[in-house]
Design a protein around this ligand. Structure first.
Ligand SMILES: NC(=O)c1ccc[n+]([C@@H]2O[C@H](COP(=O)([O-])OP(=O)(O)OC[C@H]3O[C@@H](n4cnc5c(N)ncnc54)[C@H](O)[C@@H]3O)[C@@H](O)[C@H]2O)c1
Length: 477
């Protein structure tokens, strides 16, 4: 165990390696809350750094723009000079990506060891560049034991006399509410065995986080708590989605069932919204990492348990597309959705973000394309080229994205369509003038609400055929 000198006490200079969805927002909040700390966010991708230094930030999050622009070049700096930022810092966050080893484009089917090569690169670089003692903090999500490996790498490659103390400090922000989550975290975990280093990081957070919410623990507990939290959140999504399938079969209403379950204080109402399933960069890979960890520890029953959470997530998408095919195929002998135009509302993996990593929308769109549909896609926060690139990656070789049009607003997407599918729960879809939308559509007009955001009774009154996840089939009145 290495103790960083307590005499240096307060942290005044932080470097964060990785200017992504975690590094950027986290550092903006630290800069805003800790005016005496200078924080430099570095990345090996110069385009990302110039975007952070521009008017259009590379990450969309409510409240982030104002925060970054207020602190930027005051005590928050975005730079590509990684070595200099490491050299000047007392504490270094590693917030680089840790993708799964096998390269699936959308949904994971097996456990997967996370690829820690970016983390290892950072550790080697920190060791090579550092001429003074540093606290190195793993903010990236890593499996149990990774921080011990980082500590070993730092020791093996350190300059003579330079000592490192490694801490695990996983990030729990949720995309779409990142700034709010960072400003009001439920808890901060600081794992490690160097209490002096833990206290110094704790002092940074205590600028705005109440002390009881900052939990210190051993390294493995901290690393595992992050994986377990994401797995449990994803498990709730799969649990309610499994019940939604039963609702459709028996005539129960999933919104009522969710309210009935969620009002039990032992269960709680959060994460009980039925949907097309979870997406994003974390849930799939963290469960895959947990499955891999369980398998490697000789716990196949545990691995199988978590594997079902992923399996159910895929099942939800298959069910949704099967419902569209069953209800809206022409029935005139033409195959599938041949000749049908589908307006896809939403593409981000959830509302409040422009992130499309593992978005269920891409899986649904690809299945619709494979079945012959023509698509017009609209998302308020995802650019045209992101939609096309993500679709092309998800489509693989067996379907073409040539018949996809990306539209600038919902009405343009809806105009001339036979079917509307809601793929992301953006609140602006609620306030679409559906009477007007119906006039723009071919008849009979169908709406398939994969996120339960629309007023289905009203749509039905207007003359739409409506299907919503977890509700029995409803046709036009
Ligand atoms: N996105 C989330 O919602 C979220 C939430 C909690 C935790 N996490 C975890 O945080 C970590 C980062 O996630 P993210 O979403 O910010 O990833 P990201 O892909 O948005 O950003 C990672 C950044 O690291 C940079 N990078 C990679 N290797 C580098 C290197 N060797 N040197 C310098 N820069 C390097 C990349 O260029 C990229 O800009 C992951 O482990 C993830 O699991 C993510």
């Amino acid at each position: 165990m290495v103790h960083i000198s307590a005499s240096a006490d307060r942290i005044t200079n932080i470097c964060c390696i990785g200017a992504g969805y975690v590094g950027g927002p986290t550092c903006a909040v630290i800069a805003a809350k800790c005016p005496e700390i200078r924080i430099t966010v570095v990345d090996r991708d110069p385009a990302r750094i110039s975007a952070w230094n521009s008017d259009t930030l590379p990450v969309y999050e409510p409240g982030l723009d104002a925060l970054v622009k207020r602190q930027r070049n005051i005590n928050l700096v975005f730079s590509t000079d990684i070595d200099r930022a490491i050299d000047e810092a007392q504490l270094i966050f590693i917030a680089v990506n840790t993708p799964p080893m096998h390269h699936h484009t959308h949904v994971s089917s097996l456990g997967a060891k996370p690829d820690l090569s970016a983390v290892s690169d950072c550790a080697r670089r920190i060791a090579r560049v550092s001429l003074t003692d540093k606290i190195v903090v793993a903010k990236s999500t890593v499996p149990c034991g990774a921080c011990a490996t980082i500590a070993q790498m730092l020791r093996d490659n350190a300059q003579s006399g330079v000592r490192f103390s490694v801490l695990s400090n996983p990030e729990f922000l949720s995309e779409g509410t990142a700034v709010r989550d960072l400003l009001h975290p439920d808890r901060i975990l600081i794992g490690g065995d160097d209490m002096v280093a833990q206290d110094r990081l704790k002092a940074v957070y205590m600028h705005w986080v109440p002390e009881p919410n900052i939990l210190t623990m051993n390294m493995w507990s901290s690393e595992l708590a992050k994986l377990a939290s994401n797995a449990m959140l994803a498990q709730r999504v799969s649990s309610i989605n499994s019940i939604s399938a039963i609702c459709e079969a028996v005539g129960a209403n999933i919104s009522e069932v969710a309210a009935g379950c969620g009002s039990d204080s032992r269960i709680g109402s959060k994460f009980l919204r039925p949907s097309l399933g979870f997406g994003g960069s974390c849930f799939h890979k963290d469960i895959a990492s947990l499955i891999w960890l369980s398998e490697s520890l000789g716990l196949p029953e545990v691995a199988e348990y978590w594997h079902q959470v992923l399996a159910l997530n895929r099942f939800q998408i298959r069910r949704f597309v099967a419902r569209i095919l069953a209800d809206a195929s022409r029935g005139d002998g033409s195959s599938g959705l041949q000749g049908r135009r589908v307006a896809c509302l939403g593409f981000a993996f959830k509302e409040g973000t422009g992130d499309t990593r593992n978005t269920p929308a891409a899986d649904v769109c690809c299945e619709l394309l494979r079945n012959g549909a023509t698509l017009s896609v609209y998302d308020p926060k995802v650019s045209r080229h992101h939609i096309v690139d993500r679709l092309a990656a998800a489509a693989g070789t067996d379907c073409s994205v040539d018949s996809v049009t990306v539209c600038a607003d919902a009405y343009s997407a809806i105009a001339g369509s036979d079917i509307v599918v809601v793929l992301t729960a953006w609140s602006e879809f609620r306030v679409i003038d559906w009477e007007q939308a119906l006039k723009l559509m071919a008849k009979p007009a169908y709406v398939f609400d994969g996120q339960i955001v629309l007023d289905h009774d009203r749509l039905r009154q207007l003359g739409f055929n409506v299907f919503s996840i977890g509700h029995t089939h409803v046709t036009a009145q």
